[in-house]
Design a protein around this ligand. Sequence first.
Ligand code: FES
Length: 150
Amino acid sequence: MVSSSEEFMRQEMREVYSETVVDQALRPRNLGEMEDADGFGRVTGPCGDTMEMWLKVEGNAVVAATFATDGCGPTVACGSLLTELVRGKAIPQALGISQQDVLDALGGLPEAHAHCALLAVSTLKEAIRDYLAFKKEPWKKAYRTHRRGS
Ligand code: FES
């Protein structure tokens, strides 16, 4: 059920953002830390906002992704959408997801926020790099207990 204040916020945001951006920003999917993730990425963009992303990988495909960010609404929308976009993708395909793919899937973002999509994609790539490094040297995973904010 949508409250009247949320509906008001949605209407205000719709003047600038697509319906998909509004929906993903106000009701983010896959938000929060993942227990026992196979890959973790943390990137701070030039604007000072940070995103974190956790991946669960099975059989060389991403089966789940979650995210967290201290960034703006469009950044939340980008992280949320990307966690949905990447699910089910094989690692090479996941690595191939671009800033433009995220922007297209969101129905675009104002130019001033196009970099929010880049932050999300960079964080995903970092999490995949982390997964690949642990795959090569699995013993290292035993040392990773809680890396959020590290
Ligand atoms: Fe910095 Fe969105 S304003 S990532």
